[in-house]
Design a protein around this ligand. Structure first.
Ligand code: MN
Length: 728
C-alpha cells in the first residue's frame, strides 16, 4: 500500500509540473490516462523491481517540465507503452482519447516495436520515426523523453544492453535533440551515454569538475560584479548564470583538440539573460555587449551574432569571448528571455512564441525538407539515414543569393549544394558558379557570407563523382535520384539488347529466361542486368552459346561461394557456440577471432565482438570510432567479449607524443621503450619542426596496464609535453 501512495505522490508531482492553465476537460483527460495506464501496467515491474507505472509518469513529467509540452503529449506519454506491452489496443486509445493521441501512440509503438533482423530494418525503423515526425512532431518529443528516462535508469540493465542503448542514443537521439534545439536534453543524453560507454573517463572528468566548482563560482561572481552594477544602473531586469560545461563536451574537446582537461576547463562561460520586450531585444542585447566590453577586452575573432542570423534550429544569441584581469578567457552569451527559452526547450518554445501566426522559420524549412525527402518512395532506407545524419550533425554557414536572399547551409557545403538548395533542377544543370563575382568550379567550398550565383547548362547531367563533394542531404538525394533516372533510361536500351539476343538464340523472351541470365551473370535484378548490358559490363555475345530446350534457356547456375552464405546462418552458428561472452586469449579457441586494425584492441581494453561473414569475429574496442555505428545499426551481430587471464600474447599499440626538441631526447625515449620496458618496438617515427617534435611509436605490449605504465614513464621524460594512445 506504501507503493500505491508513492504512485499517487509521483502523479501529483507530474500535475504540478505542467505549465500554464488547464481546463477541467484537460484535467479529466490526464486523470483518465493515468488511471488507464496504472490499470494496464499493474502486473509489470521495471528491471529495478519498481512498479512499471513509475516510468510513464516520469516520461510524462519530462515532457511537461523539461520540454514544456501540453496536455496531449502528457496523455500520450502516460500511455506510451500500453499498446505495445499490455492488452490495451490502439482502437481503445482512439475511442477513449481521440485520433490525435492515437496517432502519437501509434508512432511511438512503431518506433520500438520492430525487431532487428537485418541491417536495413534499423534504418527502416528510423525512417518510420521520421515519417511520423512529419505527421506530428510530438511523437519524436515524447520518444526523446522516453529515451532520456531510460538513460537515466540504465544502471539496472545488463552491460551489453547498456552499450547498445548508449550507442543508439549518441548515434541518433542526441543529434536529433540537438537539431530540434533541445540543448539541455541533448547534453544530458550525451553525458549519460559517455557514463556507460566510458565509465572511467566519465568519473574522472566529473570528479575534476566537482573539485573546481567552488573556484569557478568565486571567479564568476568577481568577474560579473562590475557588469551587474552597470546593468542595475541602466535599469535592466536580468539574470546571470555561470554555465558549467558538460562532461561530454569537455571530453570531446580533449579528444579533438588533443588538450588536457585543464586547458578545456580553463575557458569559463557565463550567460546574461535579459527580460525585455521582443521589439527591443536586439538593441538591448547589443547594449549589454557594450557594457561587458567596457570592462573586458573582447577577442575580435570570437564574436558570434546569431541574433541577426539565427541558426536553422531557431537558436538566437550573441556570443563573445573576453579577457578577464587574471588572463583567463571567458565566453559571454547574451540573449533575451525568449531566446533563452528557445535555446533550452527548442521546438516547443518556438511554437509557443509563434502565437498561431504562420511565419515560416528556418526550423520549419528543415522539417519541410525532411518531408520532401520522405515522400520520395524510391530512396533506399539506409542511404536515407546516412543522408539525413549528414544534416543532423553539421554546423552552419549563411550565404546569399544574387538578390541578397539568405540561405543556411551546413559548413563544408559547396557551390553545388547551394544550387540544389535553390532548386533540384538548378542543381542537376549546374556547371559552375560565381562566388562574390568570381568564377569557381561547382566543387568550390563556400564560406559564410559568400554571395553565390549558379551557372547552368541544359546539356549538363549529374555525375557519380558529384557525390564526393556535396555536404547536404538535399544535394545527395537529388544527385542519386538523377543517377537512378539515367540508369533506368540505360536499362531500357539494355532490355532491347537482351531481348534481341534471346530471340537470336531461339529462346523465348520471358521472365523465366531473363531470370536464368540474371543468375548466370550474377546481376542483382533484371534492371541491373539490363543496365550492365547497356554499359557493356556484360557482353552477351561473349557467352557460350547456351542450350535451348523448347524455348527455355539452359545455362549453368552461378554458384554462390562459401563466404556468400546468408549472414543469418553465420550469426546463428557463432551464437550457438557461444551462449555467454566470448573469452579472448584462451588456448582452446573454438572460434576464430581477429583484432580489428581500426582500433587495435589490447588485453584489458573494454571490447566487443562483431560477427563478419568472411573473417569470423572481429574484436573492436568499445570506444573504437566505428563502434557506435556498429552497435546501433547491427546490434544482432554483436557478441559480448572479455579478456581471460594474462598470458604471453602481445598486442600492437600506438603511442603518440610531442614536446620541446632537445639533444638526446629521441635517444632517451627509444631507450625507455626498448630497454627499460623490455618491449618490442615495431616502428618509430620522429618529426621536428622549429624546436617542437612529434613522434609516434608502434610497440608490442601485454595489456593496458603494461601500456599505461609505459606511457607514464614517457610522460616523465623532460621536454615531453603530451603522450597519448593512438589507434593506428
Ligand atoms: Mn518507454
Amino acid at each position: 500500500m506504501a507503493e500505491k501512495a508513492e504512485i499517487l505522490r509521483r502523479y501529483r508531482g507530474l500535475l504540478r509540473s505542467i505549465k500554464g492553465h488547464r481546463t477541467a476537460e484537460e484535467s479529466r483527460m490526464i486523470r483518465k490516462a493515468f488511471n488507464i495506464a496504472v490499470e494496464a501496467h499493474k502486473d509489470q515491474r521495471r528491471k529495478t523491481g519498481e512498479p512499471y507505472i513509475y516510468h510513464p509518469i516520469a516520461v510524462a513529467r519530462i515532457c511537461a517540465e523539461e520540454i514544456g509540452l501540453g496536455t496531449t503529449s502528457v496523455v500520450a506519454a502516460l500511455l506510451h507503452d500500453t499498446v505495445e506491452d499490455t492488452d490495451l489496443t490502439l482502437d481503445d486509445v482512439k475511442d477513449l482519447f481521440g485520433p490525435t493521441v492515437a496517432t502519437i501512440i501509434d508512432g511511438l509503438t512503431k518506433i520500438s516495436g520492430l525487431q532487428f533482423n537485418t541491417d536495413s530494418i534499423q534504418a527502416e525503423n528510423f525512417r518510420k520515426v521520421l515519417l511520423t515526425l512529419a505527421q506530428d512532431v510530438r511523437v519524436i518529443l515524447v520518444k526523446l523523453a522516453d529515451r532520456l528516462h531510460n538513460m537515466r535508469t540504465l544502471d539496472s540493465m545488463a552491460r551489453d544492453k547498456q552499450l547498445k542503448i548508449a550507442s543508439e542514443t549518441i548515434f541518433l537521439y542526441a543529434p536529433m535533440a540537438h537539431r530540434l534545439g533541445l540543448y539541455s536534453i541533448k547534453s544530458e543524453l550525451e553525458d549519460l551515454s559517455l557514463k556507460f560507454k566510458e565509465p572511467t573517463i566519465y568519473e574522472e572528468i566529473s570528479q575534476k569538475l566537482k573539485k573546481g566548482e567552488a573556484v569557478r563560482k568565486r571567479f564568476i561572481s568577481r568577474f560579473t560584479l562590475p557588469i551587474r552594477e552597470s546593468l542595475d544602473r541602466e535599469g535592466f531586469s536580468y539574470e546571470i548564470k555561470g554555465r558549467p560545461k558538460s562532461v561530454h563536451s569537455i571530453y570531446n574537446k580533449m579528444l579533438t583538440k588533443h588538450v588536457s582537461f585543464e586547458e578545456v576547463y580553463d575557458i569559463f562561460a557565463i550567460r546574461i539573460i535579459i527580460d525585455t520586450r521582443t521589439e527591443l531585444e536586439k538593441a538591448d542585447c547589443w547594449k549589454v555587449y557594450s557594457i561587458v566590453t567596457d570592462y573586458y577586452q573582447p577577442s575580435p575573432d570570437r564574436l558570434r551574432d546569431w541574433i541577426s542570423l539565427p541558426k536553422a534550429n531557431g537558436y538566437e544569441s550573441l556570443h563573445t569571448t573576453v579577457m578577464s584581469p587574471g588572463g583567463r578567457w571567458v565566453e559571454v552569451q547574451i540573449r533575451s528571455k525568449r531566446m533563452d527559452d528557445i535555446a533550452e526547450m527548442g521546438l516547443a518554445a518556438h511554437y509557443r512564441y509563434k502565437d498561431g501566426e504562420e511565419t515560416t522559420s528556418a526550423l520549419d524549412n528543415w522539417l519541410n525538407r525532411i518531408r520532401e525527402m520522405l515522400e520520395d518512395p524510391s530512396s533506399n532506407a539506409i542511404d536515407f539515414v546516412n543522408d539525413f545524419k549528414l544534416d543532423l550533425f553539421s554546423d552552419e554557414i549563411v550565404v546569399f543569393t544574387p538578390s541578397g536572399e539568405m540561405r543556411n547551409l551546413p559548413a563544408g557545403a559547396t557551390a553545388l549544394d547551394f544550387a540544389f538548395e535553390i532548386h533540384s533542377q538548378i542543381g542537376r544543370q549546374c556547371i559552375g558558379a560565381k562566388v562574390n563575382h568570381k568564377l569557381v568550379p561547382l566543387s568550390q567550398p563556400l564560406r559564410g557570407g559568400d554571395q553565390v550565383e549558379i551557372i547552368t547548362s541544359r546539356k549538363q547531367q549529374p555525375k557519380e563523382d558529384w557525390l564526393n563533394f556535396v555536404a547536404t542531404a538535399k544535394a545527395r538525394h537529388g544527385i542519386k535520384q538523377a543517377l537512378r533516372e539515367q540508369k533506368q533510361k540505360l536499362a531500357v536500351v539494355g532490355r532491347e539488347t537482351v531481348q534481341r539476343q534471346l530471340r537470336g538464340w531461339g529462346a523465348k523472351v520471358d521472365q523465366g529466361n531473363i531470370k536464368v541470365l540474371v543468375e548466370h551473370l550474377g546481376a542483382s535484378s533484371p534492371t541491373d542486368l539490363f543496365y550492365q548490358v547497356a554499359r557493356g559490363k556484360y557482353d552477351l555475345a561473349q557467352l557460350r552459346i547456351p542450350a535451348v530446350k523448347s524455348g527455355r534457356l539452359v545455362l549453368p547456375k552461378h554458384k554462390p561461394k562459401a563466404d556468400e552464405r546468408p549472414l543469418e546462418e553465420v550469426v546463428a552458428e557463432i551464437r550457438g557456440h557461444h551462449q555467454g561472452a566470448l573469452s579472448l586469449g584462451d588456448d582452446l579457441q573454438q572460434i576464430q577471432y581477429t583484432l580489428s586494425p581500426c582500433c587495435n584492441p589490447i588485453a584489458g581494453d573494454d571490447v566487443f565482438g562483431f560477427i563478419t561473414l568472411s573473417e569470423g569475429i572481429k574484436i573492436h574496442r568499445v570506444n573504437c570510432p566505428n563502434a557506435v555505428q556498429l552497435m546501433s545499426n547491427f546490434a544482432y551481430r554483436i557478441v559480448k567479449a572479455r579478456w581471460k587471464g594474462k598470458d604471453t600474447v602481445e598486442f600492437l599499440a600506438g603511442i603518440k607524443f610531442s614536446g620541446i626538441d632537445d639533444v638526446g631526447l629521441v635517444n632517451k625515449i627509444t631507450t625507455i621503450i626498448s630497454h627499460e620496458h623490455n618491449v618490442n618496438m615495431r616502428a618509430i617515427s620522429f618529426e621536428s619542426n622549429d624546436g617542437i617534435f612529434e613522434g609516434k611509436v608502434m610497440a608490442y605490449v601485454h595489456d593496458t596496464d603494461h601500456l599505461n605504465s609505459l606511457m607514464e614513464k614517457l610522460r616523465r621524460v623532460r621536454g615531453v609535453r603530451m603522450v597519448e594512445r593512438v589507434d593506428q
